[in-house]
Design a protein around this ligand. Sequence first.
Ligand code: BTN
Length: 248
Amino acid sequence: MKSLKPKVLRFESLPSTNTELARQASEGAGEGLSIVADEQTAGRGRLQRAWSSPRGAGLYFSILLQPAIAVDRWPLIVFVAALAVGDALSEACEVDTDIKWPNDLLSGERKICGILAETVETPSGRAVIVGIGINLTADAYPVELSRVATSVAEASVRAPERETVLAALLRALSRWYSLLHEVDGRERIVAAWASRSSYADGKSVQVANGDEVWQGITRGVESDGALRLETTEGMKIVRAGDVSIRAT
Ligand code: BTN
């Protein structure tokens, strides 16, 4: 069994915790190194989008992982992260979440957390940086996103304590990451992910991948986390990459 021993470095301000961790990884930082910043001045999201990161309004966190599983199963790392965030928000804040494929956490159908996974080359081989941004208060996101975004402060009766959420997140990440390395762990992670996602099966969605747009009904996920989408042209297998998805 592989166990994760996170070591957390804290910064007041960084351009991006993912970028700083990538720099440290390229210089030989080890698995489990984690970075938290009070604010990010150039926070990054999926699809080359910016991630708004004002001081004290969110948990801006990145962790370096080097999974000892086949590279074609590495997409499951974002499932591990999404499951861990779900556990942490439930345990620390009593917030129930839904997972929008592949790895947005929603509360009341609005986004409360985003996850950005990036592979990096390190002196000890390929690794992955998992960046997690949790909106703790409504100041975390721009006001024009208020119809589609939310925060722990809005979703919970408990005041969001960043350190409590972080501690719960580290515990949950360690649990799910160990499971990823167990016999039948991958299947159990996919099953757990599917049981927590209203997007996993029977959801009417539109998927955009560059110039291609597919309309269809979700029909579960493959063993590597790819989404099965039933369309009028047959079953499509959608891999995360540059894909965006929305309910229709
Ligand atoms: C998304 O687009 O949903 C992913 C957002 C990921 C944001 C986090 S905040 C910590 C880490 N550092 C970054 O620059 N991005 C990720």
